[in-house]
Design a protein around this ligand. Structure first.
Ligand code: DX5
Ligand code: ZN
Length: 218
C-alpha cells in the first residue's frame, strides 16, 4: 500500500522540514494540494513553493491541481519538479487536451473525481492516465469527514482498470484514517492520500502514524 501524506496538514511555517520529516518517516509520495480560491474555496500554494520544497525530498511529488483553468499552469508545475500532475475534469473544457499537455511536459497524468463527478468521466481517457484520484470529501479543506459514496466509485474504477492492461494507480483522498483506509482498500484502492491522520502529533509521530495506516489495511 502506497501512502501519500498531504502536506496541506503540515506546519507551513516549517514546510521544508515537514517534507523532510515525513520522507524520513516512510512516506511513498509527497502529495501537494494546489488550490486557487476559484475552483475550490481555499487558496494554497503555487509552482514556486513546489520548487522550493523539491530539494527536501527524493520522493515523487504527487501534485493535485484544484485550479481552473488548469492548462496555463501545467508547464510551470511540471518544471517546478512535479512527478504526477492531477487535474479535475471540470477544470477545463478539454480533459484529454489537459492530459496530453501534462504528458508532453514529462509528468505522469492523473484525473481526480469529485464526490459529485460520475466514474464515467474518466472512462474516455483511462487509456491515457497514470492515476485516478477519487475524492472522498469535497475538495478544498483537510480534516473533513470521509464520504462513503466514494466506495462504490472506487470499486467501479477498479473494475475498469483491471479490464485493461495498463498499470494505473487508484488513489483516494479525503478523510482517510485507520478506520476508513480498510474500506477503500477493500473497494480496490492502492494508494492512500492522508493529511490529518499523518501530520497529527508532530514530527516525532509521523513514522507511527504512517505505520498505523499501513497496518490498518493488512
Ligand atoms: C482536500 C485535499 C486533500 C486533503 C486531505 O481538498 O485534496 O488532499 O488535504 O486531508 P485529510 O486527510 O485531512 O482529509
Ligand atoms: Zn489532494
Amino acid at each position: 500500500m502506497r501512502v501519500a501524506p498531504s502536506i496541506l496538514a503540515s506546519d507551513f511555517s516549517r514546510l521544508g522540514e515537514e517534507v523532510r520529516a515525513v520522507t524520513e518517516a516512510g512516506a511513498d509520495f509527497i502529495h501537494v494540494d494546489v488550490m486557487d480560491g476559484h475552483f475550490v474555496p481555499n487558496i494554497t500554494v503555487g509552482p514556486s513553493v513546489v520548487r522550493a520544497i523539491r530539494s527536501c525530498s527524493a520522493l515523487p511529488f504527487d501534485v493535485h491541481l484544484m485550479i481552473s483553468p488548469v492548462d496555463p499552469y501545467v508547464e510551470a508545475f511540471a518544471e517546478a519538479g512535479s512527478d504526477t500532475l492531477t487535474a479535475h475534469p471540470e477544470a477545463g473544457p478539454h480533459l484529454h487536451r489537459t492530459i496530453q499537455l501534462i504528458k508532453r511536459r514529462g509528468a505522469r497524468a492523473g484525473v481526480s473525481l469529485n464526490p459529485s463527478t460520475p466514474v464515467e468521466a474518466v472512462r474516455p481517457v483511462l487509456d491515457e492516465v497514470d492515476l485516478v484520484l477519487v475524492m472522498s470529501v469535497n475538495p478544498g479543506f483537510g480534516g473533513q469527514t470521509f464520504l462513503r459514496g466514494a466506495l462504490k466509485k472506487i470499486a467501479a474504477i477498479r473494475e475498469m482498470i483491471d479490464a485493461g492492461d495498463r498499470d494505473i494507480d487508484l488513489a483516494v483522498d479525503g478523510g482517510i484514517t485507520a478506520e476508513t483506509a480498510p474500506l477503500v482498500v477493500d473497494a480496490g484502492a492502492d494508494m492512500l492520500v492522508a493529511g490529518t491522520a499523518i501530520f497529527q502529533g508532530g514530527p516525532e509521530k509521523y513514522r507511527e502514524n504512517i505505520q498505523t495506516l499501513r497496518e490498518s489495511v493488512r
